[in-house]
Design a protein around this ligand. Sequence first.
Ligand code: MG
Length: 162
Amino acid sequence: MGKCDFRVGFGFDVHRLVEGRDLWLCGVKIPHELGLLGHSDADVAAHALSDALLGAAALRDIGYHFPDSDPAYKGADSMVLLAEVCSKLRMAGWEPVNVDITISAERPKLSPHIPAMQARIAEVLGIEPDCVGLKATTTEGLGFTGRREGIAAQAVALICRI
Ligand code: MG
């Protein structure tokens, strides 16, 4: 154990936008003509946050704990995986303090959905909604997010000793 009772972690994820899939972000189904492709529900924001929490506790990453080669995780609800990540943290003696997420997407407009996403994350992490920062940005038409080929998410998490 280190000298400090707090740790910070960072997570990053990208998923491709395709037709014929639902768009899930932070456990909220967002109405859109495209959805994210993945072995699970491809909730890119939940994945970035899971990696931030695991990273803070030096507990590897979600690909390590929930391999996409495992049929058990096909179509998995990423909020269930996030809850499992929180259990792993607690078993290791840590709990989340606050988190901050940025989602990069050209479309759809996410701002109407931010309060619902904050509430879902807060519920799963067992923290107050005012401890869940959630921001949406475009990349001004640049890169794969700007071309609407995919959505990227980045997250940081602060954890403390229980
Ligand atoms: Mg992912």
